[in-house]
Design a protein around this ligand. Sequence first.
Ligand code: NAD
Length: 492
Amino acid sequence: MVGLAKGHIESLRRREFVAGAALIDGRWVEGDEKDVVVDPASGEVIAEVARCGAAEMTLAIDAAERSFKGWRELLPQRRGEILRSWASLMLAHSDELAVLVTSEQGKPLAEARYEIAYGAGFLQWFAAEGERAYGETIPSHKPGSVLQVRMQPVGVAAAITPWNFPVAMITRKAGAAMAAGCPVIVKPAPETPLSALALARLAEQAGVPRGVFQVVVGDPIELSKPLLQDTRVRALSFTGSTEVGRLLLKGAAQTVKKVSLELGGHAPFIVFDDVDLDKVVKGAMEAKFATSGQDCLAANRIYVQRGIYNAFVDKFAAAIARLKVGHGLQAGTDIGPMTKSSVAEKCRAQISDAAAKGARVISANQDQVFGPNFVVPTLLSDVTDDMLISREETFGPVAAVLPFESEEEVLARANSNEMGLAAYVYTDSLRRALRLSEGIEYGMVGVNTASFTGPPIPFGGWKQSGLGREGSRHGIQEYMELKYVCFGDLVA
Ligand code: NAD
């Protein structure tokens, strides 16, 4: 495992595809200090990147502010052309980008390739949405007047992005902001800066003007201070934990910014006894083990109706036992390492807590050791509501299965969590599917499917899972202001 990612990174470096410098005001800033990037599978250092500070971030804000006028005045069609060129370059370099993602994030290469296509899709989607950012004309309540509503770009936007989707979470924010006419400054997660910097390279090649897309890497707390305090930063978009989301919301209150937050999830996955078990197990595998479980849409509580409970657990356990754990760059790997050791530790703590409180731990590979960041795919059966895993997000390949008796009971239990991002319902009854999808307090609901994301859908959560929406026609609104104009005295 040692040397695998490093070898790939060396070869990409020779082809000038790996940047270690930040992109600020059209210049690549090396910085005096460095941070290291680690292959999470082996723990090996694979690259160095600049450690920027508050001074560099302020330079980036200055440059973004300078670029705003020129960028907002471009025709939306022209902005769209640039975004489409950027997307085409991403797709043309999909193999190189995927290797970078896998090397620093850990996910299997096939999933990394999927992420590049998914990420490019947001640029293509918003290229078109920018052209359709219509205002309105309101039937007037004032004699001799015309009432108009315009949509205008909010100004400089900041994006603080996570390590689980190091490409797509950037394009989902930057595509929307840039299509709206806003320059954007990205602060990527320190674990995955290489993917962000490669995107910045491609943005330059696509003709994104100086200052419109910048990537500043370094310490999160130091870099976020100017973003929060500077009045010129008018919008802040964040994806990550609810704890950090709360801090940023509080920080942004000082300058009353437009804030959108995509925070943690704790998805209920509800299975009624009228379903086809093979289909539901396939859905559960996808909803639980995609991105090695490090996904805010991941099924965190799999509720199965009592009549099919044992049959489901047996089939699910058999499917889990077939998962291949390994380095993401090795062919056939289904489950890679956790990107951060803290995530692996959290998974282990949840398994121990559940076992101590009476859950059955089922794991075919329990005694295999792959490295400290690996968590062997594990099924916890007979999980109860008082266990840690029933309350806090897992973010790893540990599946909790809980029995239930009635629809009323499972709806109350599903809604009893403060998170409200995604939920899944499997049933053959149309009436029940409609009732459940109406009563469930989550922003996104998959009925008989575990696959529902993509650029056209409004991605976002209720309750403490966040504020605002990304993707879809709604995503661009996070970077626009409404302006109401009343033309009066029109009577000649
Ligand atoms: P995190 O919230 O700490 O990190 C996300 C981003 O926030 C990164 O860019 C990070 O550098 C930045 N950040 C961290 N602390 C900050 C601060 N004080 N000020 C400004 N920026 C800051 O997430 P984490 O600790 O890496 O992961 C912990 C948990 O968060 C995970 O186990 C998971 O539950 C959740 N998470 C959710 C998502 C998601 O897609 N919603 C993504 C990543 C993590």
